[in-house]
Design a binder for this molecule. Sequence first.
Ligand code: IMP
Length: 428
Amino acid sequence: MPAIVLIGAQWGDEGKGKVTDMIGGDVDYVVRYSGGNNAGHTVVTPDGQKFALHLMPSGALWPNAAIVIGNGVVIDPKVLLIEIDGLAERGVDVSRLMISGDAHLIMPHHRALDRVVERYLGSSRIGTTGRGIGPAYGDKVARMGIRVQDLLDPGILRKKLEIVLRERNQVLFKVYNRKEIDVDATVEEYLTYAERLRPYITDTRQVLWKGLEEGRTVLLEGAQATMLDMDHGTYPFVTSSNPTAGGACVGAGVPPTAITQVIGVTKAYTTRVGSGPFPTELFDDFGVHLRKVGREYGTTTGRERRTGWYDAVVAKYATRLNGITDLVVTKLDVLSGLETVPICVAYEVDGKRTDEMPMTQTEFHHATPIYEELPGWWEDISKARAFGDLPANAQRYIERIEELAGTRVSIVGVGPGRDENVVRHSLL
Ligand code: IMP
């Protein structure tokens, strides 16, 4: 009963879609387990159709897999319906969608608070996507959240909304001088979503247990990434959920013993959007070069991504934290043409060298990367399909990544196309 977890090993946008493209045909259930429409991925089908998805897992386009949005996700129903309609219009069968009744809903006050709190934080802002993610998880933890199942009971929906808005409206109005959210209008709006979403709402954990018992393959598709994890990332500059492998169990209701493989995706360099520490960040021409050649602009917000060299300390941390069995290194081609390629192998923190993640945030903020310079390569690597096709120096770079992470590199991305990969070990 194989459950496979797919996670980002850095700060997001590592190219997880590439992996889902590769294993899609063999998966029976594809599950989102954390985050919401803060994520974003563009999926290109074999016939060249482009889909921009935020809430749906990227496996939504595989014709044979059931699509599951697990309890750990926060759902903006309006966005979800736009995605459902967009897919249906283009002939994708959305009857395969199942939404957990226990997932929480993003409500209008969450979006309003996300934006206004960020504005008031000024230079201390997190740089959120502004989609209401943090406030929605905040209400969940405070036991004031509204769940998908509440859409099925209009009386409960109204009651819960009245309770939460009694307090949140005071904050919006008295603290931030914003308009209060109207209960009646919100209930009316959400009941229209209820009618449309009703057929998809179910107890998704039961569905997944049954699938696993029947020996089916379940892919738990992470959104965001390890270093954006609430507990294990660069708090407070994180998202408000647990995108790490442990979060997959909680966010989908799948037991840890069902997981047989954890695929971690990392770029051959590093990017980050939003604020927060990033030791290998580049502020020079190399940073601009990586952004330009790697086309590093956010899918959800269009923001320029911050860019830097590969950080092996982060990779080792992500490997151990998630139990990564296979690393996928994407965008190696972006590094072609450099004289030397630096890898951050350790940090200097307060005059001391460490190759582990520092214990405190203050230390991480002050960590200076220690680089090992590897010789570069000039060749076009986009045609490489076997490891031996790569120039010797590119092979060496990958082998060094492998050694430092302590796990095998199974796939190397050598170009944007879905087939532009070097396969060392097949994933399934
Ligand atoms: P939030 O998830 O909108 O609350 O944003 C919190 C932090 O996570 C910000 O730094 C965002 O830029 C970052 N973030 C959220 N989703 C993604 C993603 O899909 N890729 C990369 N960064 C993300």
